[in-house]
Design a protein around this ligand. Structure first.
Ligand SMILES: NC(=O)C1=CN([C@@H]2O[C@H](COP(=O)(O)OP(=O)(O)OC[C@H]3O[C@@H](n4cnc5c(N)ncnc54)[C@H](O)[C@@H]3O)[C@@H](O)[C@H]2O)C=CC1
Ligand SMILES: O=C(O)C(=O)COP(=O)(O)O
Length: 528
């Protein structure tokens, strides 16, 4: 039974989905401190949060069973991604569900700041009929600068065009063609600062975007500019904004997010008549909360059940078309990795993976993760497909990927070469229609083996009577041989023997085997 801990007020629709799963139990807690969470987290396989819970390394260190942190929303700046990756915890988010909600709040904020709606409301309900103070500006023919042209930024741009605004966008990942399609001009941060009447930010908070709008940019701005932040506190330098308002540069600002949340009671935004504020409500619509809760719950279930998933933040995403091509090979990759990983005990220096045939023109990165995980699993605890590449890198294992055309014999072939000091091992496998995974080459020897169960990999000199000697020794020790394969290049030369056995071969029997003078090496491999 998987245990899921749900924090931060996630919609009941998502929780219902988890509750309906026969293999899951759900606990819901709100407002736990870091230390309270640390006390209980050890029991849980999955943790689900919104932006409120800070998922720190300390929390993850106390969670040996934790497989996944699910973020019911977009921003994952409240989760220590690096720590999650090195601990092999998948972090997933729900990137699409709250785009429109946040875009619409941004527009509501832009219109509110253009027309001083909250300020006018406050005066009106207090009994004052003031028609002079609140003369606003129109959006039509104004220039809107958008920093971050992803899902939300693009939707904001679309709506701004309908309002007759000119839009300038800044996003290093936005191509000119895409900008042109959207009717958006591209500009640098400083160009936007100098030209825009309204500026809104829609980037994630990263070291590059922190204070991307700060004093130098405010100094470039036109008098009367209005600033909106419905993305993350810290993208705009709060202190510099207040200075720019005091200096008469910024006419108004609308903020949904803050460098510290909730802001302290004496935060300068809270009593500034030119700044309107909301308490991080971008994603707070019924629709968005249902969307993100369902999306993240479905993904959490996939991960708990070892099924394919898509929205991992700490692994590169796999498009569905690629996933459907690669998925049949994951088991083969896992078995090849485990096989070759168990053939060496010394430090691995390089792993060379060659994909040929059907796999040559697919993005095979996700499959490589299965292979590398299989290899490292023999030497390291806690390695999985999330942290495999990271762990390989931290151990200075060079990973080389090669692609080549189909061989004459196989329509697809995955060949893995493992290079260690003074040692090079090779294993290759294929997926045969109707037969499943087969290992078809070990070192230089062609073989045909189903990669499963207990295997004995024996290197020997090709001499008459060896097979009998090995068989007798195993038989006398009650180790039943299920299948046997021998491979050699030339008669009388070096050769290999691969035996699959019904149970593990006891250590003392392995020692007796290696005493046989014709054998040069014996490896016992487990491939389950
Ligand atoms: N107020 C709220 O409740 C909500 C806030 N958000 C925030 O909005 C942000 C954007 O969300 P989406 O549009 O869904 O994400 P997205 O990933 O679709 O878009 C982010 C865009 O920022 C761009 N970007 C990254 N680094 C940049 C840089 N240094 N300079 C300029 N552009 C850069 C990316 O290329 C991408 O196009 C989220 O990261 C989150 O922090 C999201 C949802 C709700
Ligand atoms: O999705 C995001 O990035 C948000 O900021 C929404 O945060 P929330 O889930 O409302 O705490």
């Amino acid at each position: 039974m998987y245990k899921v801990l749900v924090m931060d007020g996630i919609s009941d629709l998502g929780i219902q989905l988890l509750n309906d799963a026969a293999d899951v139990t759900v606990d819901k807690k709100i407002g736990l401190s870091e230390s309270e969470l640390i006390e209980i987290i050890a029991d849980y396989d999955a943790l689900m949060v919104r932006s409120q819970t800070k998922v720190t390394d300390n929390i993850m260190a106390a969670a040996p069973k934790l497989k996944v942190v699910g973020r019911a929303g977009v921003g994952v700046d409240n989760i220590d991604l690096q720590a999650a990756t090195s601990r092999g915890i998948v972090v997933i988010n729900a990137p699409d569900g709250n785009t429109i909600a946040t875009c619409e709040l941004t527009f509501a904020m832009m219109m509110s700041v253009a027309r001083s709606i909250p300020q006018a409301y406050r005066k009106t309900v207090s009994g004052e009929w003031d028609r002079k103070t609140f003369v606003g500006v129109e959006l039509r023919n104004k220039t809107l600068g958008i920093l971050g042209m992803g899902r939300i930024g693009s939707e904001v741009a679309k709506r701004a065009k309908v309002f007759g605004m000119n839009v300038i966008g800044y996003d290093p990942f936005l191509t000119e063609e895409r900008a042109e399609q959207m009717g958006v001009k591209l500009g640098s941060v400083n160009e936007i600062a100098a030209q825009a009447d309204f500026i809104t930010v829609h980037t994630p908070l990263t070291p590059e975007t922190r204070h991307i709008i700060a004093r130098p940019q405010f100094e470039l701005m036109r008098k009367g500019v209005r600033i909106i932040n419905c993305a993350r506190g810290g993208i705009i330098d709060e202190a510099a904004l207040v200075e720019a308002i005091d200096a008469g540069i910024v006419a108004g600002a609308a903020f949904d997010v803050y460098e510290q949340e909730p802001p302290q009671a004496d935060h300068p935004f809270l009593n500034n008549p030119k700044i309107i504020v909301t308490p991080h409500l971008g994603a707070s619509t019924v629709e968005a909360q249902e969307n993100v809760a369902i999306d993240v719950s479905e993904e959490v279930l996939h991960i708990l059940r070892d099924e394919p998933f898509k929205n991992a933040v700490n692994m590169s995403p796999v498009p569905p078309a690629v996933l459907s091509k690669l998925q049949p090979y994951f088991n083969l990759g896992d078995k090849l990795g485990k096989f070759i990983g168990q053939t060496t005990e010394v430090a691995i220096r390089e792993i060379v993976v060659n994909y040929s045939g059907d796999l040559a023109d697919v993005d095979t990165a996700p499959l490589t993760r299965y292979i590398v995980r299989g290899i490292l699993a023999n030497q390291l605890e806690g390695v999985n497909i999330v942290n495999a590449m990271h762990l390989a890198k931290t151990r200075d294992v060079n990973i080389v990927i090669q692609k080549s055309a189909a061989t004459q014999t196989f329509t697809n072939l995955v060949s893995v070469t493992l290079k260690a000091k003074n040692e090079v091992r090779v294993v290759a496998g294929t997926l045969l229609a109707g037969y499943g995974e087969r290992i078809v080459q070990i070192d230089q020897y062609p073989v045909d083996i189903a990669p499963s169960g207990n295997l004995l990999l024996i290197s020997h000199n090709d001499k008459p009577g060896i097979i009998g000697k090995v068989g007798t020794l195993l038989g006398n020790n009650d180790v039943n041989i299920a299948t046997m394969q021998v491979g050699r290049k030339v008669v009388g030369g070096s050769a290999i023997m691969v035996l699959s056995t019904d149970k593990k071969t006891p250590k003392e029997v392995l020692q007796q085997l290696i005493q046989l003078p014709e054998l040069t090496h014996v490896n016992e491999l487990t491939l389950d």
